[in-house]
Design a binder for this molecule. Structure first.
Ligand code: GUN
Ligand code: ZN
Length: 454
């Protein structure tokens, strides 16, 4: 039980406290490495003060202590029958691709040409960018995602539009301007110096402003010149606490292309390594066609993997190798990769991740999947002291899941005999309808409307 010192309570104004009664789940370690990796309070209480977690534990014990310590009555939100857990973290998603989700293609490279670049072109218009950012954030919250690592477009306007929308709702978000100075249409091209200069200006403007954080975002090695890669690596070294995000080893045609563009590199990942881009707070999406040498470099540099199962299946990119990634102990997280990905829901993403693991003869327990979508992601991003679990002092970003959200889920979850079974049913049968409510920094930011209210 994570409990702040109860003597502190005497100094607290009860009107700033919010308490939520439900079953409560959060992680303290990776279930793949520790048997005792999570806390589960079947009848639990989460207490929030000033947007942060104050304490979490068993309802009976905490409610008694709180009543004894507080001078006035504490209002308790009653979510009994539901499950409270930390908000989901999606470590790779493109907000400008919202309107082109579900666009079929024979593979990544033709998909980029046919749909992605023309769609991203529209984000030079600030009102279009704001409109899409607004919808995108609504959709994240409806699906229970409270933090995401977001790609904008090459246009700085698209970054301002996204952060303005996120800041309005006081969300903990990471985003950045795409860097792309070659192998793309002229209407989306920046220059080596110009793109990096704009990135630094945006970083200075947004990184650490409220809950917003900046990610240096070279799209992928084929669309940046050697000069842009060099300057981007220097920017990443100058701002070690900013994030870096890019794509790597997603598709075999892409891997062959990188080999022809960077003939001296040992591998695709090695291109980024040579430019000093493997470091803590760097997030590499896909990582399907890596070898063990690459995985070892990622582990020793503290670089993290963003696994994108719905996108990899949709575009026919390949199957992520969970066994080798775990063997080399690379930090892992899950992501939707919308618009290559086909759902905003991290539950649907777990569903597909499970099947991808099975195709590699691996088994992904539900506890592990929920870890990867919460604390595992926060650790991959070096944000575990801020989000990802209910340690006292962490930001109170949390969701309320309804195991009775649909008739089928209700019927299946009633017949579960363990937490693992229940979580598995939620991951395989759940989606946006499963999210009864979403809270960010202690404030209600989404509430699902039910015929018979929540
Ligand atoms: N590689 C380079 N850009 C992209 C993108 O927008 N989506 C995906 N899935 N892969 C990429
Ligand atoms: Zn992507």
């Amino acid at each position: 039980m994570a409990v702040a010192n109860l003597s502190d309570l005497t100094n607290l104004n009860p009107s700033t406290l919010q308490a939520y009664r439900a079953s409560v789940l959060h992680f303290t370690a990776d279930p793949a490495q520790h048997a005792d990796a999570y806390a589960w309070h079947a009848d639990g209480l989460l207490v929030v003060a000033d947007g942060r977690v104050l304490m979490v534990g068993d309802y009976l014990q905490l409610a008694t202590q709180l009543k004894a310590s507080l001078s006035t009555e504490l209002e308790i939100h009653d979510y009994r029958g539901k499950i409270i857990m930390p908000g989901f973290i999606d470590t790779h998603v493109h907000y400008p691709q919202t309107d082109m989700i579900a666009s079929p293609s024979p593979g990544l490279l033709p998909w980029l040409e046919k749909y992605t670049f023309p769609t991203e072109r529209k984000f030079s218009d600030p009102s279009h960018a704001s409109d899409v950012a607004h919808f995108f954030i609504d959709e994240l919250l409806r699906c229970g995602t409270t933090t995401a690592m977001v790609y904008c477009t090459v246009n700085p306007t698209s970054v301002d539009a996204f952060f303005n929308e996120s800041e309005k709702r006081d969300l903990r978000m990471v985003a950045g301007k795409v860097l792309m100075d070659r192998n793309c249409p002229a209407f989306l091209q920046d220059t080596a110096e110009g793109g990096v200069r704009e990135s630094e200006e945006l970083l200075k403007k947004w990184h650490g402003r409220g809950r917003q954080m900046y990610a240096i975002t070279p799209r992928f090695a084929p669309t940046s010149s050697n000069a842009q890669m060099q300057l981007t690596g220097e920017l990443a070294r100058a701002y070690p606490d900013a994030f870096l995000q890019t794509h790597v080893a997603e598709n075999t045609d892409e891997v062959a292309w990188v080999k022809s563009l960077y003939p001296d590199a040992r591998s695709y990942l090695d291109v980024y390594d040579k430019y000093g881009m493997l470091r803590p707070r760097s997030m590499y999406a896909h990582c399907i066609w890596l070898d063990d040498g690459d995985r070892q470099r990622m582990a020793e540099t503290g670089s993290a993997i963003s696994i994108c199962p719905t996108s990899n299946l949709f575009l026919g990119s390949g199957l992520f190798d969970f066994e080798r990634a775990d063997a080399l102990q690379v930090p892992l997280s899950l992501a939707t990769d919308v618009g290559g990905g086909t759902s905003f829901s991290m539950l649907q993403t777990m569903n597909e991740a499970y099947k991808v693991a099975r195709m590699g003869n691996c088994f992904l327990p539900a506890l592990r999947m929920f870890y990867l979508a919460t604390l595992g992601a926060a650790r991959s991003m070096r944000l575990e002291d801020t989000i990802g679990n209910f340690a006292a002092g962490n930001e109170a970003d949390f969701i309320v899941l309804d195991p009775k959200a649909t008739p089928l889920l209700a019927r299946r979850s009633m017949r579960t005999e363990s937490l693992e079974e229940l979580l598995f049913a939620l991951a395989l049968l759940g989606d946006d309808r499963t999210i009864a409510a979403t809270y960010a920094a202690g404030k209600l930011v989404h509430r699902r409307e039910y015929p018979s209210d929540i």
